[in-house]
Write a protein that binds this ligand. Sequence first.
Ligand code: F6P
Length: 319
Amino acid sequence: MKKIAVLTSGGDSPGMNAAIRAVVRKGIHEGLDVYGVYNGYAGLMDGKIKKLELGSVGDIIHRGGTILYTARSEEFKKDKSQHEAIRQLKDLGIDGLVVIGGDGSYRGAAKLTEKGFPCVGLPGTIDNDIPGTDYTIGYDTALNTVVENIDKIRDTATSHDRTFIIEVMGRHAGDIALFSGVAVGAETILIPERTFELNDVVEKLNKGIKRGKKHSIIVLAEGVCSANELAEQLKEKYHLETRISVLGHIQRGGSPTGFDRVLASRLGARAVELLLQGKSGRAIGMQKQEIVDHDIIEILKQKDPLPEGVYSLSQQLSI
Ligand code: F6P
């Protein structure tokens, strides 16, 4: 193997740049030529591929976003598009690809591997919903962004004696909501993995008010419902007045934490090692502080489990 490429795909996440840097620098350190694919799989089909040098990835380790840009591509799900992508890579003599992204991006990498082109996947998403790794690149930064913002909202919630509903990202995974909720001492945490009764939510809020609480925070994962919907229901059914705050895409931006930078660097370097060892179709992750890799198809069949202990702790501490 002489030439490899790297791309970022799906929703961006802080730390993707640190991962790109690690792939490029480790690749060059091992004597490889490393190419960057711009705009994810969409750019790959269009041949938006450029050779990267050591300097191309200088001064990016601390930057959010991705210097390679990213996209979600419906077109790439077609066989024809995947063959075209392989043709583009082979035309440049590239024989390995590192894909940084979430489960949709892993699906693309699995398809290319199935068609004979060696790919490895790095978990890049703020959602922390990829099986086979304890953490995804960007999750720690997003979690800290959420905590910082909820702390600010708490100030005004206390001043005004208000109940706030804070909507955070996570369509299918409640990690951001659960962990930020525990970190800010939220009264209620609502996540897609658990059902809830609105009555119980209200009872808990009222109990808090009775014992003199100055504010209440409800952290709501977007996959449950929108903050607007919840606020309307609380008003209509229980005459409970709330304020809402939808944190939105600020959760995806910003300078990566030290944790995310180191995680991204370790995973990026391992990706190059695996390709050099002739391995492909692997999903790389970190479990119990060790860098590990699993069959990407197996990873795609699994569901990332919710940390049960943390969920029950959140229930116990928010009484
Ligand atoms: O997958 C990451 C994620 O940030 C989700 O948490 C969120 O639901 C989604 O992306 C938003 O995607 P988009 O930026 O395309 O609206």
